[in-house]
Structure formats: structure tokens, C-alpha cells
Write a protein that binds this ligand. Structure first.
Ligand code: SF4
Ligand code: SF4
Length: 233
């Protein structure tokens, strides 16, 4: 993102909307901290700059990787859709991507206001790969993994994004092992993360999955989502 300081009036509108506090006023002119900026384009879309001093720049590799993980309307070429993950994680009722006996796992690293360097992803993926996790093929994060040991492309490790989602599917019996790995990483990581567990609820046994997750010390916030399949052929 670029701010034309020649015409900036220092109104501060862009400072307020930036979700990672990457803009500040210096001598009454807006300045972007290039390292902090995650290229979400919120300042361009939402600041309503009175003099139109903010404009997008043509991003080059590897900086361009920031955009699909941060800008809600940027399309990732792997998924073909905007957003940080794949769409099916939230539409299981329609796609049956996770059937009985299977569990979907998403680990969202970073979030608005905090952000994350992509190297934090590797803390999870190198450990999860050791227990045989195969990542969701079409997930944007999977495209960054370069080997079977879960290493991330060196060129993108120091890129900062709003958040990135690691997605995979496991057999039900592997849940404890995965949760233990996540607890291990929690001790080292320097940003926030949240874990999503997608499971079909067995009849008359709605608390089973909650109890199993709680046993590993996680605070569980159950969410049920029913999709009616609109938009699907
Ligand atoms: S593109 Fe996003 S992160 Fe960068 S300065 Fe604008 S609002 Fe902040
Ligand atoms: S919104 Fe525009 S005029 Fe106001 S501080 Fe930001 S760049 Fe300057």
C-alpha cells in the first residue's frame, strides 16, 4: 500500500482503521510501517481518505503472499476463492467432507489486531508432519509447505499476514495425539491461535467430543452450523 505524503492532510482516518496498527502520523503525515503492514487493503477501502492519498501498489514475490492471507477480497490461486481457508470446512452438511469417524481440524494462527509471521505456521506443521498429518490439498497454507517434514518455503517465512489457517482431516482416534502436539506448540509460539474441531455429533452423545477436547486443557466453545446448500448444484 502506498500513501502519497504530498497530499495527505493528516486527518488520521487510515490510522484508525488499520487492523495491525501499521500506520502512524509523523509530522502530521501518514506513514506505513512496511514490515507491520499485512497488505489487507482496509485503509484503501475503508478509511475514506478525503484526498485519495492511499492507493494499492503492485506487489512482488514474496511480499505478494501477504495479500491472500489478509485481504478478504483477494483470491488465492490455489483455492480459486477469496479467504484464508477452503470453503468446505464450513459447509460439511452439504459436502460431507468429514463423515462419521473423521474429524476436521483447522488451526488459525494470528488474527486481526495481532497478525503473524508465516514462520509461526512451521512450528505446527513440522510437528504435525512427524505424526503423519496430510494437509488439505487446496488450502493456501499447504501451498507453502515444501517437503514431507512440514517445512515452509524459506522465501515467505518473514512475511507478515493477518492470519493463516492450517487445515487437515484425521481419523477420530488420532484426535488426542493432534491436541497434544498443539499444546506443545502453544509453549513456543509468539502469536495467538485458535483451533477448530469439525465433527459430526453422534445421536444421544453430544458431549463426547467436548469432553475429549476438554481433557487436554482446552476451553471449548461449541458452535453448530447448519447449511441448507444454497448455491450448490
Ligand atoms: S494495507 Fe492493511 S495493514 Fe497495510 S497499512 Fe493498510 S490497513 Fe494497515
Ligand atoms: S486518511 Fe488520507 S489524508 Fe487522512 S491521514 Fe490517511 S492518508 Fe492522510
Amino acid at each position: 500500500m502506498y500513501i502519497n505524503r504530498e497530499i495527505c492532510t493528516g486527518c488520521g482516518q487510515c490510522v484508525i482503521v488499520c487492523p495491525v496498527q501499521a500506520i502512524r502520523l509523523v509530522d502530521n503525515k501518514a506513514v506505513i510501517d512496511e514490515d507491520k503492514c499485512v497488505e489487507c487493503a482496509i485503509c484503501y477501502r475503508n478509511a475514506e481518505c478525503p484526498v485519495k492519498a492511499i492507493r494499492p501498489t503492485r506487489l512482488k514475490w514474496p511480499r505478494i503472499i501477504r495479500s491472500p492471507f489478509s485481504n478478504v477480497i483477494a483470491t488465492h490461486k490455489i483455492t480459486g476463492i477469496p479467504g484464508r481457508g477452503t470453503e468446505e470446512m464450513k459447509t460439511n452438511d452439504v459436502t460431507n467432507r468429514f463423515s462419521i469417524g473423521e474429524i476436521g481440524v483447522s488451526i488459525e494462527v494470528g488474527r486481526p489486531g495481532v497478525g503473524t509471521y508465516l514462520e509461526n505456521i512451521e512450528l505446527f506443521t513440522t510437528r504435525l508432519s512427524k505424526i503423519g498429518i496430510a494437509y488439505e490439498e487446496k488450502s493456501p497454507v499447504t501451498a507453502l509447505i515444501i517437503d514431507n517434514e512440514g517445512h515452509i518455503n524459506e522465501e515467505v517465512k518473514n512475511q507478515r499476514v493477518l492470519s493463516a489457517i492450517i487445515e487437515f482431516k484425521i481419523p477420530d482416534k488420532k484426535l488426542s495425539q493432534v491436541l497434544e502436539v498443539i499444546r506443545e506448540v502453544e509453549k513456543e509460539i509468539d502469536t495467538v491461535f485458535s483451533v477448530g474441531i469439525i465433527s459430526r455429533i453422534k445421536e444421544n452423545n453430544t458431549k463426547d467430543i467436548i469432553n475429549r477436547i476438554s481433557q487436554h486443557g482446552f476451553e471449548v466453545r461449541p458452535n453448530a452450523k447448519v447449511n441448507v446448500g444454497l448455491g450448490k448444484p
